[in-house]
Design a protein around this ligand. Structure first.
Ligand code: GDP
Ligand code: MG
Length: 163
């Protein structure tokens, strides 16, 4: 049995950096079907002995006529419905933003299985943001540095029960 993990969160928190780290060169497909999976990237994730499908959400960065909130909702709901578990990422150096709180609401209302990750967690500049992450009410945050590869054992521990 394997599982699928969708990485969600506002732009620039480090979702794609984590995706790339988990997937390495095993990018399964870049699907550009209009309107269907255009904003989702799927790959074969690997962490220790775990193998799983990982889904990167994007497409919130571009300016369009549609509101960011509307697009966030749609994209996040699609990712939640596709995946067994969502990794909801915040930027620990910035702390919890109003946009993060909207994401948390969407995930809660959708009854998503959520793993909370406080990324950019390297160094003491992230300490306050990691603690703030508890206020989202999504459990204990995993302190990660996607860029530096820190916190991966804790991510492994969170994912292991799903395998
Ligand atoms: P996304 O928009 O959520 O997919 O974010 P990206 O993965 O594109 O990353 C946004 C920016 O944050 C890039 O400049 C990354 O290099 C940087 N970044 C990602 N992870 C980390 C991290 O763990 N620490 C730091 N300091 N920067 C990071
Ligand atoms: Mg991205």
């Amino acid at each position: 049995m394997t599982f699928s993990l969708a990485i969600v969160g506002r732009p620039n928190v480090g979702k794609s950096t984590l995706f790339n780290r988990l997937v390495g060169k095993r990018l399964a497909l870049v699907d550009d079907q209009p309107g269907v999976t255009r904003d989702l990237r799927e790959g074969e994730g690997k962490l220790g002995d775990l193998r799983f499908t990982v889904i990167d959400t994007a497409g919130l960065e571009e300016a369009t006529d549609e509101s960011l909130q509307g697009r966030m909702r749609k994209l996040t709901e699609r990712a939640v419905d596709m995946a067994d578990v969502c990794l909801f990422m915040i930027d620990a150096r910035v702390g919890v933003t109003p946009t993060d709180e909207i994401f948390a609401d969407i995930l809660r209302k959708r009854s998503a299985h959520v793993i909370l990750a406080a990324n950019k967690g390297e160094g003491s500049a992230a300490d306050a943001g990691v603690i703030e992450a508890y206020s989202l009410g999504l459990g204990e945050p995993i302190r990660l540095s996607a860029e530096h590869g820190e916190g991966l054992p804790d991510l492994y521990s969170a994912l292991m029960p799903l395998a």
